[in-house]
Design a protein around this ligand. Structure first.
Ligand code: SAH
Length: 316
């Protein structure tokens, strides 16, 4: 490695300094998010669906799936836990008290969500398996749990949202591109309710996740506790500073959009590591940054997206 020579580029780099990723083929038809959307609109829309005569609608593309919360995977009576295929525990065993009165969401509905993700272009089998393993409804308040498997961001309080399943799967797929086994060490900025962190923990040996809003950090802890995920560590703090004591990271994923990637995160990316981040204000795009040398980073602009803002400091 020629990492000891003079820096090839001035450091720290802003994205303007970072060149396109050489040789990386752009998809002929870049993925586009369905639309930018607000979580509250999504929640209201989905709530409207629950009040239609036919009850909660199955997710789009979920052919043959049963309505959420009314029929179990076997299509008979409500809710018996079936052994999960993965190492995650069955849904009912993980349900926390606050979900005790929520009609249990069947495995079939989650499978239908995964099927839809595949139809939307997510290919990585490890990512699809992870999306199937993590019960998204447990990360929502009981009133929204029946909407957990629609492809939408939903409110989690404090003006923040749980990301839509497609973008969670897509970003993790991009992070994993070129990796045959699991990622080693991953950092997430923006724990929120903890859902994406739980998915990441299925595809990486070690996951660290930082949240700046203390009550959300605690909510994530509570959501994750019953899942007993040993390779996931939550931190309360300003993720723009990263987590130098745990780095460098093979993968860094930002769940909130800044105008540029914080320089501390560029530094904490391992050489050869990949970082995926939404960038922008009203118009946002996903940026992929690959660290190719001690002083060299390459960047690529991918699809459009819509995230809550990345903010400095802590709250609460
Ligand atoms: N990962 C979540 C998405 C949460 S929304 C999921 O699974 O769906 C994004 C989160 O980023 C919010 O909770 C917000 O508070 C947090 N955030 C914004 N700026 C941050 C910062 N500088 N450090 C840590 N978290 C931040």
């Amino acid at each position: 490695m020629s990492e000891s020579g003079p820096p090839k580029k001035r450091f720290p780099l802003t994205l303007d300094f970072v060149t396109g990723i050489a040789g990386r083929k752009k998809a002929a038809t870049p993925h586009r998010l369905n639309s930018t959307q607000t979580a509250t609109q999504n929640a209201a829309k989905a709530a409207g669906q629950t009040s239609t005569q036919s009850g909660v609608r199955s997710p789009a593309g979920a052919r043959g799936s049963q309505p959420v919360g009314t029929v179990t995977a076997s299509g008979t009576a409500p809710s018996v836990a079936r052994p999960a295929a993965s190492r995650m525990q069955p849904v009912s065993a993980m349900a926390t008290d606050r979900h005790a009165n929520v009609p249990l969401v069947s495995d079939a509905v989650r499978k239908a969500m995964v099927q839809r993700l595949a139809e939307q272009g997510v290919r990585d089998p490890m990512v699809l398996a992870a999306m199937e393993a993590v019960p998204r409804h447990l990360f929502l308040e009981p009133g929204l749990a029946s909407q957990a498997y629609i492809d939408a961001s939903l409110p989690i309080g404090y003006h923040q949202t749980i990301s839509q399943p497609y973008i969670v799967a897509r970003m993790i797929e991009i992070l994993r591109e070129g990796t045959s086994g699991k990622l080693k060490k991953v950092l997430e900025i923006g724990t929120g309710c903890g859902y994406q962190a739980a998915v990441l923990a299925q595809v990486a040996d070690e996951v660290y996740s930082i949240e700046r809003i203390r009550p959300l950090h605690e909510q994530a802890r509570n959501n994750l506790r019953p899942l007993r995920i040993p390779n996931l560590r939550l931190h309360y703090g300003d993720g723009m500073l990263g987590l130098p004591q745990a780095g460098p990271f093979d993968g860094i994923i930002l769940a909130a959009a800044g105008l540029e990637i914080p320089q501390a995160l560029m530094e904490q990316l391992a050489v050869g590591g990949r970082m995926i981040a939404p960038i922008g204000n009203n118009e946002q795009v996903l940026k992929l940054v690959v660290r190719t040398g001690r002083n060299e980073w390459l960047a690529d602009t991918l699809e459009r997206c819509h995230f809550v803002p990345l903010r400095p400091g802590t709250f609460g």
